[in-house]
Design a protein around this ligand. Structure first.
Ligand code: HEC
Ligand code: HEC
Length: 252
């Protein structure tokens, strides 16, 4: 690499490191040249849905739901594209598991999924992801080799983006306790479904034909007529189905 003798002193500059040596010896040192991290968003490359689903399914057992979906998408980009995805420490998403450290708030597949989408786009598909998650009978994914529990797994609709509602509705539908191994299997498959859905949407978006279908629940429009930003009360900011927590009748 670059080395020049200036005034009898050798100067070596290798990969951004400069150093002087007392004699005219240039010390060669292998230093990895850091590649520039591009501006957000990073360029998306279309991915194979099956590969992403399998990666997400397996990742669930390494770091939970939020990590699983983030790693499913970003890990596949890391393998197919390399830089800059090699620089993304996907384990940072572990925090979102179980609705953030088991709090049962936003389901980790949505947190991790939102992070993945937002890494490579402005995030237009996140709303669709949220809506799809709340209304779809899941899981659908059937692994070639089940890692926890073989066979069919009961499906359920969450009606909510919350981990709590999602898991409890599934427990009721399946008859299995929350801590039964089949609940973990169910969540792993749900992760695969979500990562797959994300990549389907991102691939469609890359082709210029992403068409959202989700419509906000009727309650959001009805209750929002007064509680929303156009209404006289204007104190609610939510697209979650109001009925799931407040019931469909107005209090008082
Ligand atoms: C016609 C207008 C209107 C609509 C539609 C409406 N609300 Fe209200 N809501 C009000 C008003 C006015 C209050 C009283 C606000 C206050 O006191 O600050 C209120 C109060 C509430 C409260 C607090 C009540 C309490 O006991 O303190 C809740 C909860 C609520 N609304 C939920 C809903 C839900 C859920 C829907 C849809 C099913 C809905 N509202 C639709 C006008 C409306
Ligand atoms: C996940 C459950 C959940 C959903 C979904 C939800 N809410 Fe709430 N809402 C709450 C909770 C919890 C509170 C706080 C209640 C409290 O502290 O007394 C609240 C408070 C409110 C209040 C104020 C109540 C008061 O005592 O003044 C209104 C109005 C309200 N929600 C309307 C809505 C509307 C409209 C929607 C749909 C767009 C909605 N909520 C969706 C759980 C929910």
């Amino acid at each position: 690499m670059a080395g020049a003798a200036v005034g009898g002193v050798a100067i070596g500059a290798i990969g951004g490191y400069s150093f002087l040596t007392p004699k005219e010896t240039i010390i060669e040192k292998e230093v990895e040249v850091p590649q520039e991290v591009p501006e957000h968003p990073w360029t998306y490359t279309k991915l194979n849905v099956d590969a992403v689903q399998k990666r997400a399914y397996e990742a669930y057992f390494q770091g939970g739901c939020c990590y699983s979906v983030f790693e499913g998408v970003i890990g596949e980009l890391r393998e197919q594209v390399g830089h800059p995805f090699t620089a993304m420490p996907t384990k940072m998403a572990v925090f979102g598991g179980g609705g953030i450290k088991g709090w049962g708030s936003t389901c980790g597949v949505l947190t991790g999924g939102g992070m993945a989408i937002n890494t490579v786009t402005g995030g237009a598909t996140i709303n669709e992801l949220m809506g799809w998650y709340t209304e779809t009978d899941l899981p659908v994914y059937a692994p070639e080799t089940a890692l926890k529990v073989e066979g069919d797994i009961a499906k359920s609709v969450s009606n909510s983006p919350l981990c709590h509602a999602s898991v409890t509705n599934w427990s009721n539908a399946s008859g299995f306790a929350e801590n039964d191994p089949s609940r973990a299997e169910r969540c792993a498959r749900l992760c695969a479904d979500t990562a797959g859905k994300i990549v389907e949407m991102l691939n469609a978006e890359a082709d210029g034909n992403f068409a959202p279908v989700f419509q906000v629940p009727d309650s959001v429009i009805e209750c929002g007529a007064c509680h929303g930003k156009e209404g006289p009360v204007n104190n609610v900011f939510a697209k979650m189905d109001c009925d799931t927590c407040h019931g469909d009748a107005h209090p008082n």
